[in-house]
Design a protein around this ligand. Structure first.
Ligand code: ADP
Ligand code: MG
Length: 321
């Protein structure tokens, strides 16, 4: 099977490549063309997943397709952007039809959930790797950046944390668990749902936002630095699922603090907006506050400082903070 047949059969023909209203021209030309309205900005983000680093070679290709897109779209949610389209740069060792079919089906499933179309990409031979670029639209000036947090704001998260990190020993086949624990944790790992509606809801309300991909502590560190403030996290307020508590026991909080792969939004919110956001997004939780100063502080129920566990994952070592 040649490169062009592969693109036609598995990607141009996939449900996710059937153009939506935002797509003036999809797969097949030198560029795709997207429609955006006056008064909107284009939000763009790229993520790469490499076999052996981000996922095991033996993993289910349907789940991989779902997860690859979800992880990329989460950045649009974090910016308060509405998805338009995405591209896929795919590097493959072998063109295995069953694998490609299942992968494209997983991709299509998540694309449908997020209401976005596959509009182009690139296909090359080499060790398996996926690069997805996502495009979204956001009203001019309303994107949620990392740099606007102000002392006095509340620090909030969009839902329970740590499930995906807790699932890792299950994903890697290092541990087993009863179905009532394994299923919810694995679901959160393989098909996280980008918090798009929350991001849109936070436009004009949150002062800063990001999606938690490297662990709560590391990602709050990014907001603290970009906003030149300190973030204080109350350990007892971090929301954890029952499945994670049962499976990880004492280590559940550390999964949330340092684990990563959550793709849940963290945001800073002036107190006056709390009731309105809570009413529309009941899973949100206030976990701390923005203070004068710098860095991230973790405190216990009595306000005493706690030494945090290891911080989040970095590809080239944890030496540049
Ligand atoms: P070019 O040589 O002009 O860069 P290609 O031959 O690489 O174009 O690709 C042909 C068309 O197929 C383009 O529209 C490109 O965006 C699309 N395409 C290539 N690979 C993929 C892929 N994996 N998924 C979706 N579209 C793809
Ligand atoms: Mg090309």
């Amino acid at each position: 099977m040649g490169e062009f047949e592969l693109i036609r059969r598995f990607f141009a023909a996939a449900p996710c490549a059937q153009a939506g209203e935002a797509v003036a021209l999809g797969i097949g030309d030198d560029c795709a063309l997207l429609n955006i309205s006056a008064g909107e900005q284009l939000a763009v983000s790229t993520d790469t997943l490499v076999v052996g680093v981000h996922f095991p070679l033996s993993c289910d290709p349907f789940l991989l397709g779902q997860r690859a897109l979800a992880v990329a779209v989460s950045d649009l949610a974090a910016m308060g952007a509405t998805p338009l389209a995405f591209t896929l740069a795919l590097t493959l060792d072998t063109a295995e039809p069953a694998w490609l079919h299942a992968f494209a089906a997983g991709l299509s499933q998540m694309a449908q959930t997020c209401r976005m179309a596959l509009v182009g990409g690139d296909t090359t031979r080499g060790p398996l790797s996926l690069t997805l670029t996502v495009f979204g639209r956001v009203p001019v000036g309303q994107a949620l950046t990392r740099s606007g947090a102000r002392p006095g704001d509340l620090l909030c998260v969009g839902g329970v944390l740590g499930d995906a990190a807790g699932a890792l020993p299950l994903v890697l086949g290092q541990r087993e668990a009863p179905a009532d624990q394994a299923e919810p944790l694995l679901r959160q790992y393989w098909s996280p749902l980008p918090q798009l509606e929350l991001g849109e809801l936070l436009r004009g309300k949150a002062t800063a936002a990001l999606d938690i991909s490297d662990g709560l502590l590391a990602d709050c560190g990014h907001v603290a630095r970009a906003s030149a403030v300190a973030l204080q996290i109350e350990r007892e307020q971090i929301p954890l699922s029952t499945a994670l508590r049962l499976f990880a026991g004492e280590a559940a909080t550390d999964c949330a603090l340092a684990g990563g792969d959550d793709y849940v939004l963290a945001f800073t919110l002036p107190e006056e907006h709390l009731v309105a956001v809570q009413a529309q997004w009941p899973a949100m939780q206030v976990i701390g506050r923005v203070l004068d100063g710098q860095g991230v502080q973790l405190v216990d129920g009595n306000g005493q400082l706690i030494t945090p566990p290891r911080t989040g994952y970095q590809h080239f070592g944890n030496t540049d903070d």
